[in-house]
Write a protein that binds this ligand. Structure first.
Ligand code: FEO
Ligand code: CA
Ligand code: CA
Ligand code: CA
Length: 680
């Protein structure tokens, strides 16, 4: 007979209280230290960061808005060692920027000075930075030859089924095979062969499109216009930072995707530039000379991140992915190649990525009210997709570029903003955060709004009438079980509902959260590979009058451990609407506690751990991001001074706030969050 699977450890720390203080708070017996903050130099030639807006050279400094982060162990010889915890590379996303603080006097309006645009572009992308543990303390190694930055200008390859397709042809790559850089990278994971896997999320916002562009493209029924509209780029929409106004050079012009040239194939302008963004990006942190690849087989949308199912020898690999926008979908990619465990240590990691990620099937999830669900394949071979009236797909590459439209065609379930996904290391069940959705309505009155359903069953209001319902403002975490990686049916329930502890238990606080574990807007999630415990991070705007964003640690059960529950709503005319959903076992102090609260006006984003489970590495994103240009000279108007106020870098109590990576260790050297020493 076999042995029972190992069970996760139990929680072994005292919950921390909600807090509005401008500090990082962790439980008694733990220490949090700052490791790597915006502007930190990545070589010895780049000057120390002055943090006054005069710094330049972000190509060799830490970028801004630290997000998804992963640990890649290094041997003493500086090569890959998956189990190493004393020395490693951190790869991390720099999702966005707090632009006012990057400049001495804040942001200059359009037309943007090129020097400002150059800094802002370079502060986006990805960092690879070496970290070492010496006498129990972690620090980054400024002099490591493996340190590097990837920015929106770094050359990359398009890979997979869409490579070379007409939809990818630009002035930069007439062959449709190459692109420059990555932007708005949000969550991250590690592939089973040891590369970094990063999602391109809100890339749409960085582009502008002329107010006459629909006509230039053949009118608002032209395929490219339907596609641009579905991905949120209406004609006349402004870009987030106005970089296209900074000069005529290609590096600026590319942010304007208007059809300006006379070619039929788009090789004389940037009309197709948006099609080179919105992908999963694979980076080999150990090989600075190997170009990153955008894996087009996994579809194009606002990728929060992608997480691999537990690899099973001889079976395909599954990758679970959320599209973070209101009413968007959850996707699964299933590789054509079956997993060969020897590939976990393959010498050529990017070629291994080609093997597993360039060929496969893409699916969108449909959640049924009875707790079952289907993965619906997005293939041109499906007549529902091939004959879709709203958009005539030309071929499978067109389906992948316009995955949202294909998922519309098959009637996938519109979710409450799918953010991160995490896979339970023992059960293999998949947890997806649905952070919030102001468009989830009791009585939808616009096409942008979604009706309640079993998987998205909540639209909160103090007095539930349709007119005032603000939607699902606190978010929830859904989970599902695939019987195997390629399964097309699954079972699901809702593991946890975010809520304020004092809210109505019948309509809002459906998980019965008490004050030591109440939270709002779950975003980052990750299971510890060592303890099996679940980390939950928040990015909230609904509860921040009471507490800064936070990190909780949980020991979840499994799909179906709770009960069916009905939620009754009152419509505007006084009639009732009852929504039935499936809620997991309500958490107790034994299996859900608040572990960390961040500084003011931040979100808690990326999370990783050292392989020994004794250091938790967390990103604190955009503390004090709310700042007007008029207040940039007055530190008393800054909402946060962290981490300068914690003694890190320049500025002290008056310092400009900085996104930063922190490392959390237990003072007794034990496993993070756990009450024991046995491991999975
Ligand atoms: Fe970048 Fe969906 O958070
Ligand atoms: Ca963010
Ligand atoms: Ca996020
Ligand atoms: Ca978020």
């Amino acid at each position: 007979g076999g042995t029972a699977p190992p069970t996760p450890l139990s929680l072994g720390f005292n919950a921390v209280a909600k807090s509005l203080a401008d500090v990082v708070t962790v439980p008694a017996g733990y220490t949090a230290t700052v490791l790597y903050a915006l502007g930190d130099p990545l070589d010895t030639a780049t000057p120390e960061f002055k943090n006054d807006g005069t710094d330049t050279s972000f190509e060799t400094r830490a970028g801004d808005h630290h997000d998804g982060i992963e640990w890649f162990g290094l041997s003493a010889a500086g090569t890959r060692s998956a189990s190493a915890s004393d020395r490693g590379l951190l790869a991390m996303n720099h999702e966005a920027i707090t632009d006012q603080f990057l400049h001495a006097n804040g942001v200059t309006a359009n037309p943007r000075p090129a020097a400002e645009a150059d800094k802002e572009m370079a502060a986006h992308g990805i960092s690879v930075v070496e970290v070492r543990r010496t006498n129990g303390r972690y620090a980054y190694a400024r002099d490591s030859a493996l340190n590097r930055r990837i920015t929106p200008l770094t050359p990359m390859q398009m890979s997979g089924p869409v490579r070379g397709h007409a939809l990818l042809k630009t002035k930069y790559s007439a062959a449709g095979t190459d692109t420059r850089g990555t932007i708005n990278n949000c969550g991250a994971s590690t592939t089973p062969w040891g590369t970094y896997f990063s999602g391109e999320e809100n890339w749409v916002n960085y582009f502008t499109r002329a107010s006459t562009d629909d006509a230039a493209r053949g009118g608002n029924t032209a395929k490219s216009v339907v596609s641009l509209s579905r991905y949120g780029k209406a004609q006349g929409a402004a870009s987030r930072h106005g970089w296209e106004t900074a000069g005529i050079a290609d590096a600026y012009a590319r942010w304007n995707v208007s059809q300006a040239g006379t070619s039929t194939d788009g090789t004389d302008d940037y009309r197709n530039e948006m099609n080179t963004f919105g992908w999963m990006v694979e980076v080999d942190p150990y090989e600075p000379a190997v170009a990153a690849r955008k894996r087009t087989a996994l579809g194009r949308f606002a990728h929060e991140m992608g997480v691999f199912g537990v690899p099973q020898a001889g079976k395909p690999l599954a990758v679970y992915m959320g599209d973070d926008s209101r009413g968007e979908y959850i996707y699964k990619f299933v590789s054509t190649a079956n997993w060969d465990a020897n590939d976990a240590n393959a010498a050529n990691r990017m070629a291994t990525g080609d093997k597993y990620l360039d060929s496969g099937r893409l699916y969108a999830a449909k959640f049924n009210a009875d707790g079952t669900g289907q993965w619906i394949e997005l293939t041109i071979a499906n007549s529902t997709i091939a004959s879709y009236a709203a958009y005539r797909f030309a071929d499978q590459a067109d389906v992948l570029v316009n995955a949202r439209l294909a998922a519309d065609a098959v009637g996938a379930t519109k979710m409450d903003r799918p953010e991160w996904s995490a896979v339970h290391p023992v059960t293999g069940e998949v947890y997806v955060t649905l952070t919030n959705n102001g468009n989830r309505k009791v009585e939808p009155s616009a096409s942008s709004q979604q009706a309640l359903d079993a998987a998205n069953p909540r639209s909160y209001t103090d007095a539930p009438t349709a007119a005032t319902a603000p939607g699902n403002i606190n978010g929830h975490i859904i989970r599902f079980r695939d019987s195997e990686p390629g399964a097309t049916a699954f079972s699901w329930d809702i593991y946890l509902f975010g809520a304020e502890s004092g809210m109505d238990a019948a309509k809002v606080n459906l998980s019965g959260l008490s004050g030591d574990r109440d939270f709002s807007s779950p975003d980052g999630v990750r299971f510890s590979a060592k303890t099996g415990l679940l980390y939950i991070e928040t990015d909230d705007g609904a509860y921040t009058d009471v507490t800064n964003c936070m990190l909780l640690i949980a020991k979840p059960g499994q799909v179906g451990d709770g009960a069916t529950q009905s939620i009754e709503y009152t419509k505007a005319d006084g009639s009732k609407l009852t929504v039935q959903t499936r809620v997991g076992a309500k958490p107790t102090a034994a299996n859900l506690r608040r572990f960390l609260v961040g500084p003011k006006d931040c979100e808690i984003t990326g999370i990783t751990e050292t392989p020994d489970g004794r250091a938790l590495i967390v990103n604190i994103q955009h503390p004090g991001e709310t700042i007007a240009k008029a207040n940039i000279a007055d530190p008393s108007r800054f909402l946060s001074h962290w981490p300068a106020n914690a003694g890190y870098g320049a500025g002290g109590a008056n310092g400009r706030p900085r996104s930063a990576t922190i490392v959390i260790t237990r003072n007794d050297g034990g496993l993070i969050g756990a009450d024991g020493t046995a491991v999975l």
